[in-house]
Design a binder for this molecule. Structure first.
Ligand code: PNW
Length: 488
C-alpha cells in the first residue's frame, strides 16, 4: 500500500484528464532487429561492435515486445494506466531512412497493430518519432545529423509517413526524445551510437568541441520543420498535439551562500536544459551564457530557422531523474566542456548527500529537486508540462525473488516524485498534464546493456521468451494515481 498519510491531502489534485502510464523506446524493448525487412539503426551497428556495450549484449531481441505486444498491453491494462508512450523505429518504417527510399509496409503494420490494441484497451498512445535510433544508411550516406541540409528533408518525410498512416489514431506526437542526451552521449562523450568524440582511445572520429552543437542544431531545426508540416497539413483535421521532449536534471549550488555557485547552478541548468528549451519556448535562440562560452562553435539560427523554432512545441515534454550539486570552477572552460564550466558533486558544502544511490551511477533519489525543477521550467517557459519520463534502478535486482519483486527502493522513489508532482500542482500552481514512469519492464539500457533494470516489471533476460514478473511498484503507482487524479 502506498503510504496514505504522506499523500492524504493530495486526493484529487491532478486534473481528471491527467494521462499516466509508462514510457519505452523501440530499441530498448522491441527486438526483431532485422525482422520483416527492418533496416539497421546506428544502435544495431554500435551494439554489434565489440566492447561497446557493458555486458556485450545487443538489442537483437531486447524484451521481444515486437512479438509480445498483446501480452504487454494486457499487463499494462492490469497496471491501470491511461496512456502509453513508445517510440517508432524509423528503420522499421523506412529501412534506408531517406525521402526517396521505399516504405516498409510490415513495419507500419506492426505500429498500427500496437496502436489498435492500445485503443481497444482504452489506453492513449503517446508516440515518439525519434528515440536515438538513426537509420544506419543515413549515417553512411551523409553523416546523419552532422549534415543538416541532407538530413532535415529525410526526417520530415519520415514524419509525414507517420502522420499520414497513424495520425487518425495518434493524437499526441513527440518529435525527438532528449536531443541533448543524443548529442552529448553520442558526439561528446562518444559512449553511445554513433560513437564519435575527440577521445581517440575510444572513438576513431569526431570532435567533441563542435559536433554536439552541430547535431543539436540539426535536431532543433528538423523538429521545427516536422512540426510545421504537422500544423499545416494534419493538425486541423487530425486534432492532435505535437511537441518535443527534453532531458534535464536539477542543479543545486554546492555552497548555497556563494553567489558564484548560485550562478554556476543557473548556468548548468541553461547548458543542460535551456540549450534546447530557450530556442523552442522563449527566444528562438540559444542562451547568452552558452554563446559567451562557446562563441561560434555554437551554430547560429538563420532568421527563418529561429522563427520556425520559436513556438514549435504545443507543450513542454520533460524527462528528469535526479539532482546534482554544482560548484563553480575558477579555471577557464575546457574546449570540450558542455556543462557551463562547473563541477558536479554528490554532496554539498555541508556534506549533505544528493540522495540515496540507485544501481545507476548518475542517478540518486531527490524528489525535492524534481519539484524545484518543475517550478523552474514553469516559471521560465510557462507552458503546460507533460512529464514523459521519470524512474529509477535499484541495487541487487538479480532474480525475481519475493524480496526483489517487493521493490521498496523504487516504491519510495515513486512515492517521493509523484508526491512532488502533486504538490507542485496543488501548492505551487504548476500546470502538469501527464506522468510517464520509466519504465514498463526491465529492458535493454543502451550501453549498459541488460545491467540497469528500470522496470516496474522484472524480466528474466535469460529465459527464451523474456518472461515478465510484476514488481510491487506497479501496484503502488496505480494506487497513487487513483488517489490523486480527480474523478469526473
Ligand atoms: C533516458 N542523465 O536517458 C532515456 O530517454 C531512456 O531511453 C533511458 O533508458 C533512461 O533515460 C534511463 O537512462 C537518460 O545522465 C540518460 O541524466 C542519461 C541521463 C538522463 C536520461
Amino acid at each position: 500500500m502506498a503510504k496514505p498519510h504522506k499523500v492524504k491531502d493530495l486526493k484529487g489534485v491532478l486534473r481528471s484528464d491527467f494521462h499516466w502510464g509508462y514510457a519505452t523506446a523501440a530499441t530498448q524493448v522491441e527486438g526483431g532487429w532485422n525482422a520483416d525487412d527492418k533496416g539497421l539503426s546506428i544502435w544495431d551497428t554500435f551494439a554489434h561492435t565489440p566492447r561497446k556495450v557493458k555486458d556485450g549484449s545487443t538489442p537483437d531481441d531486447a524484451v521481444l515486445s515486437y512479438y509480445k505486444y498483446k501480452e504487454d498491453v494486457a499487463l499494462m491494462k492490469s497496471y491501470g494506466v491511461t496512456a502509453y508512450r513508445f517510440s517508432l523505429s524509423w528503420s522499421r518504417i523506412i529501412p534506408l531512412g531517406g525521402k526517396d527510399d521505399p516504405v516498409n509496409e510490415a513495419g507500419l503494420q506492426y505500429y498500427e497493430n500496437l496502436i489498435d490494441e492500445l485503443l481497444e484497451n482504452g489506453i492513449t498512445p503517446f508516440v515518439t518519432l525519434f528515440h536515438w535510433d538513426t537509420p544506419q544508411a543515413l549515417e553512411d550516406r551523409y553523416g546523419g545529423m552532422l549534415n543538416k541540409e541532407m538530413y532535415t528533408p529525410d526526417f520530415v518525410n519520415y514524419a509525414r509517413v507517420c502522420f499520414e498512416r497513424l495520425g487518425d489514431r495518434v493524437k499526441h506526437w513527440i518529435t525527438y526524445n532528449e536531443p541533448g542526451v543524443y548529442t552529448l552521449a553520442g558526439y561528446a562523450a562518444g559512449v553511445h551510437a554513433p560513437a564519435r568524440s575527440s577521445n581517440r582511445k575510444l572513438n576513431a572520429e569526431g570532435d567533441s568541441s563542435t559536433e554536439p552543437f552541430i547535431v543539436g542544431h540539426t535536431e532543433l531545426v528538423s523538429h521545427a520543420y516536422a512540426v510545421q508540416l504537422y500544423r499545416e497539413m494534419f493538425q486541423h483535421q487530425q486534432k492532435g498535439m505535437i511537441g518535443i521532449t527534453l532531458h534535464g536534471n536539477y542543479s543545486e549550488p554546492w555552497d548555497s551562500d556563494d553567489p558564484l555557485d548560485q550562478e554556476a547552478a543557473e548556468r548548468a541548468r541553461e547548458f543542460e536544459i535551456a540549450w534546447y528549451a530557450d530556442p523552442v519556448y522563449k527566444t528562438g535562440d540559444y542562451p547568452a551564457s552558452m554563446r559567451a562560452q562557446l562563441g561560434d562553435r555554437l551554430p547560429h539560427f538563420t532568421a527563418e530557422e529561429s522563427k520556425l523554432t520559436l513556438g514549435s512545441s504545443d507543450f513542454y515534454g520533460m524527462n528528469s531523474y535526479t539532482t546534482f550539486f554544482v560548484r563553480h570552477l575558477d579555471t577557464p572552460p575546457d574546449i570540450n566542456d558542455h556543462s557551463g564550466n562547473i563541477e558536479k558533486l554528490d554532496t554539498n558544502k555541508q556534506g549533505v548527500s544528493r540522495g540515496p544511490e540507485s544501481d545507476t551511477y548518475w542517478l540518486r533519489t531527490n524528489p525535492a529537486g524534481f519539484r524545484k525543477l518543475l517550478n523552474w521550467i514553469w516559471k521560465r517557459y510557462g507552458i503546460p508540462i507533460y512529464i514523459t519520463e521519470n524512474g529509477t534502478t535499484a541495487k541487487a535486482e538479480t532474480e525475481p525473488s519475493e524480496e526483489v519483486l517487493n521493490d521498496t527502493f523504487r516504491i519510495e522513489f515513486f512515492e517521493g516524485y509523484i508526491g512532488a508532482v502533486a504538490r507542485a500542482v496543488k501548492e505551487d500552481g504548476v500546470d502538469i498534464r501527464s506522468y510517464f514512469a520509466w519504465t514498463f519492464t526491465d529492458n535493454w539500457e543502451w550501453a549498459a546493456g541488460y545491467t540497469d533494470r528500470f522496470g516496474v516489471t522484472f524480466v528474466d533476460f535469460e529465459s527464451k521468451d523474456k518472461k515478465r514478473y510484476p514488481k510491487k511498484s506497479a501496484t503502488v503507482i496505480r494506487e497513487l494515481f487513483q488517489h490523486m487524479v480527480k474523478k469526473e
